[in-house]
Design a protein around this ligand. Sequence first.
Ligand code: MG
Length: 463
Amino acid sequence: MSTVRPELQRVLCVAERRAVHERVRAALGGLAEVAEAESLAAADRLLARASADLVVCGLDSGAGDVLALLQCAREVSPGVPFARLGADPATAGEALRRGVTEWIPEDTDDATLAAALGRLLETQSVRHENLRLRRAVRTLESCRMLTHCLDPGEVYAVALDLLLPALGRDLGLAVFRRSSMPGSDGIAFRGFDEASATKLQRVAQKKSGGEHFVPGEPAVTRGGPIGQALEELGVGAGPALMVPLRGDESEEGLLWIPEQGRATSAGDLEQARMIATHAELALNNAERYHRAKERAFIDDVTDVYNARYLLQATEHEIHRAGRSGKELSVLFLDLDRFKRVNDQYGHLVGSNVLRRLSEVLLDCVRQVDTLARYGGDEFTILLVDTAHPGAVAVAERIRRTVEETLFEASDGTPIRLSISIGVATFPDHSGDREGLLDLADKAMYRAKSRGRNCVCSAADLES
Ligand SMILES: [Mg+2]
């Protein structure tokens, strides 16, 4: 993780006398940036604009003003060191009891003053580092939530939920590409009202992913499609912290946190980088998980779907056909005398033939249809929105194509094959998955018993 650029510490010196300011400035010798105030009111104004890492009070106006300054400084930055440059040592005890960090006699020599102020600044930087580390530990612990996300869409939303509280903010959004639905982006909102969220959703969906996503580190930005949309809405307009997120494969998205008048600090960027690193690891995991899940449905030899997938897909397509009142046809295909190929040329050639057959079958059906290897030399095809006569015609085309295809042995010897096909249709022949697959299978066996290399319909089984 890259380090945050150290910033120069800031000292507020409050004194009526010019000489005090000059002594303090000389004692610090460029170690810190010094802001000078000549009165309590001027100090108040400076503190309202920016906090200090050390307050040095050389006011002559009395104990009341010193305590008022102390209170004001600690309200802006709790625990900020406060040095009192005083003339009367008798007031030291009371000042220290009231919360002054160090009482320094104003007639002390320059070296002692420099050492005292240097030590106070050092204490404050250790305190800041401590706070930064505690913040980092809290964020790292919260990042553990990301390791449970196996859905990429969830990773973006959880990362947003971690980043907002880490920055002490409540308005933000996550936009991400949904690889499962090309052309439409996913979006998650936090802190937007219903109407704004709906409008933003529309903007996100109109744009294709590439317009939003830029690789890189978290950075402050403005404009772009999201910035423009927020500008139009009048919510969260202006600069924003943008955190790009991407996985190793196709996942990409970004988090967008409007600054809303409060600038992003170096510490905020560090938090964003930490969360982004963990979110990207989670995206990689989610991608790997989905790939493994997909592989579980693919046949190793032919790279088409396997029987496990076919069973799920058939169930799904029957429901879909039932809802839309359309037909679903199933083809059961079995190569004729495939055993002879294995026996004569060996299993490697057998596998090559099955791969080539898969290509031939894929060429015979539409993109929306499903081809699966059921096992051995048996294949199944789901033809969606296809009535029985159409399915029989497809089966016949496949039978003819296989018959005309020249398969090859490893030495180039041509191998001729034929195929037997059974056809059954939902809802004509059966209303459920088992019945439909069983009838298509039986019809295929009927084709075999009719002398192979032919198509047989489930309707023929009744005769
Ligand atoms: Mg066979």
